[in-house]
Design a protein around this ligand. Sequence first.
Ligand SMILES: C[S@@+](CC[C@H](N)C(=O)[O-])C[C@H]1O[C@@H](n2cnc3c(N)ncnc32)[C@H](O)[C@@H]1O
Length: 248
Amino acid sequence: MKTQVFNKMPFSLIYHKHMVPIATEITSMVLSYVKEKTGGRPLEMALDVGCGTGRSTLPLAPHFKKVLGIDISDSQINVAKQYNTANNVSYMVAPAERLPVQDNSVDLVNTGLAAQLFTIENFFNESVRVLKTNGCLAAHGFFPFPEIEYKDLSHDLNTAMSEMWDTLCQQAYTTGLSEAADHMLNQYRTIYETIDLKDKKWIKDIPVKYQMSISEIFGFARSLCTCQILLEKNEKEAKQLLAQTDKR
Ligand SMILES: C[S@@+](CC[C@H](N)C(=O)[O-])C[C@H]1O[C@@H](n2cnc3c(N)ncnc32)[C@H](O)[C@@H]1O
């Protein structure tokens, strides 16, 4: 159930079209950490785990000789391949808990918006296996309740949207994704604490702004797996929720 929702071509296409792009602030933070730790050696290989349709994979391309994106879902990987714009990026279907690369071969294991779905201990052990000395593991996600700022209407707009975000979030708690939702709500604190390494860093509350139209905000809502779960469970209720919120 955890990952089935991502394994449908129509949803993968929606995900690709509407999920917000990765914030440049996040990519820069990850890269500067990697450069600091690897002491300026040439960066050969990055592995993006749970890469989806390539949102967190492609921004790594200019900084590494090779980037491999892996995901457990065929449809996500097919869309990623279809929209691949970098010739040093390749994609493969594979699970986070069994990484398809050799020991000691990767400078960065990156995972964007996906670690909450992994069996974290196995993923972590695999990351340690494949990372070179002083290589880095970076896991990042976002807090799933965006706040809207618009002139003096911010309060009203956020009130109108909050019911929808709450209903979508509740879906996680009724469909076996409660642990994943907790990880996102606590900003990966539990994941961070599970990682048994001395040299580690947890950065939270990174403010990121996107300029979006109302229809883009609804597109973003549609790209959330919780919205897809609600649509599959009760299409009428889901469509009503989106339409009523849009009207408000
Ligand atoms: C919310 S998407 C994030 C995709 C992409 N990293 C991004 O930033 O847009 C989560 C992805 O994790 C993948 N996933 C979930 N569990 C996985 C696992 N155990 N191994 C590999 N991929 C997994 C899903 O198929 C999905 O594509």
